[in-house]
Every structure is written in structure tokens, then in C-alpha cells.
Design a protein around this ligand. Structure first.
Ligand SMILES: CC(C)(COP(=O)(O)OP(=O)(O)OC[C@H]1O[C@@H](n2cnc3c(N)ncnc32)[C@H](O)[C@@H]1OP(=O)(O)O)[C@@H](O)C(=O)NCCC(=O)NCCS
Length: 180
């Protein structure tokens, strides 16, 4: 398990699936704002790749996010688009509604940076998020990401086109918190 100040990133467990399915991926608003494909309902026996992890996929690593204290499941996070030649990747995360706004997201980004830069030896990370997603933008900025671009009207979200922001961080600009 990878640990930060407040959270841990561990492998997906079978018991995580119903929680993530109900509270994240079957939430239409969440899916509309986070996914690039249109929302579809996910049934209890679905092997949807957002839930059931494919360990043979070299381009993506999925984690379940847990509270450091107590180990309660609080969300999902992943490193995706891993490009071993250009040594870059993207990060994505989603916390259960009850876990948002408590500093967990900022810590998840920090631990994903550690995984990407230290464990995987990557040089560059990227985040794409809606321009009105203040919490995601701040969580990224707090970890050293800077805005690199604005994709105007790039996301269809529940009846309107919204702008997306591209945030980037290079390994040489990353200032990790000391880890015990
Ligand atoms: C986006 C998300 C991961 C951020 O994690 P979080 O734990 O809620 O954020 P944090 O508590 O670490 O807060 C980060 C910063 O955003 C601010 N913030 C948190 N929630 C906010 C909100 N609803 N509105 C405005 N600012 C907010 C915090 O004050 C903090 O700012 P600071 O660094 O200046 O103190 C989380 O809210 C989430 O899962 N949202 C739904 C899914 C999503 O949008 N995922 C990202 C897709 S790219």
C-alpha cells in the first residue's frame, strides 16, 4: 500500500465494488463531469473496467483510496495513459461524496505523484478537469501542477458545453512532502 498523511492507495477489493458502483459510477452527475463517455447504468454483476481491475493493462493502474486511520474506503484513483517511451501519464481520482472537502483529494494527488515519479520513474504528469472544478484545480496546484492550457467547450456535461483545463507537473518541479 502507498500511504500519505491522510490516505492510502491500495489494490481494489471485491467489497469495494458495490460501494464504488453505487456512490460514484452510478451517480449521473459525477459520471457526466468526470467521464468522457456518456453515463450508462452499471449492474451488480458488471465487469465494468472502472470497477474490476485489469492487471494486464500496462497503460493504467487503478487504486482504491482508503482513510489512513481505520482503512475505510473513500474513493478511486488511477494513473492512466502511461507512456513508457515519453515517460508521462495522466492522473484521475474520485472520492465518495462524504469524503470530499476534507483534504483527502490533495493527499491522493501527492501519493499519485510519488507513485508516478518515484516508483515508476516518470517525468511528466497531466490532469484534465472542468474549469469550474475548483477543488480539483486547487488539489493539483497544492502539489505543484500549473495550468498549461484551456480546452474551450471541450466537454458535453448534462446539456451544456464546458471548458476543460489542462494541468501539468514535471518531476523536476515536484516538491514532495517528507515521508516517514
Ligand atoms: C475533486 C476532488 C478529488 C478534490 O478532493 P477533495 O478532498 O474534495 O479536495 P480537498 O479537500 O483536498 O481540497 C482541495 C482544495 O479545494 C478546496 N475545495 C474543496 N472543496 C471545494 C468546493 N466544493 N468548492 C471550492 N473549493 C473547494 C479546498 O478548500 C482546498 O483548497 P486550499 O488548498 O486552498 O485549502 C473531490 O472533490 C472529488 O472527488 N470530486 C468529485 C470527482 C471529481 O471531480 N474528480 C476530479 C475529476 S478530474
Amino acid at each position: 500500500m502507498l500511504t500519505g498523511d491522510k490516505i492510502g492507495l491500495r489494490a481494489r477489493h471485491a467489497a469495494d465494488l458495490p460501494v464504488l458502483r453505487t456512490e460514484l459510477f452510478n451517480d449521473v452527475t459525477y459520471a457526466a463531469r468526470v467521464e468522457t463517455a456518456p453515463w450508462r447504468p452499471i449492474g451488480p454483476d458488471s465487469n465494468d473496467p472502472r470497477l474490476v481491475v485489469d492487471d494486464t493493462d500496462e497503460e493504467r493502474v487503478r487504486f482504491s483510496v482508503v482513510e489512513s486511520r481505520g482503512g475505510t474506503l473513500i474513493g478511486s484513483a488511477n494513473l492512466w495513459g502511461i507512456d513508457a517511451h515519453n515517460r508521462c501519464a495522466h492522473i484521475g481520482l474520485g472520492l465518495l461524496p462524504s469524503a470530499r472537502g476534507k483534504g483527502y483529494g490533495t493527499d491522493v494527488v501527492a501519493v499519485l505523484c510519488h507513485y508516478a515519479f518515484v516508483v515508476r520513474g516518470l517525468r511528466r504528469l497531466q490532469i484534465e478537469t472542468l474549469s469550474d472544478n475548483t477543488a480539483m484545480l486547487r488539489a493539483a496546484e497544492r502539489n505543484g501542477f500549473v495550468q498549461e492550457g484551456l480546452l474551450r467547450s471541450s466537454a458535453w456535461v448534462l446539456g451544456e458545453f464546458l471548458d476543460e483545463v489542462v494541468m501539468g507537473l514535471l518531476a523536476q518541479d515536484w516538491k514532495p512532502e517528507p515521508r516517514g
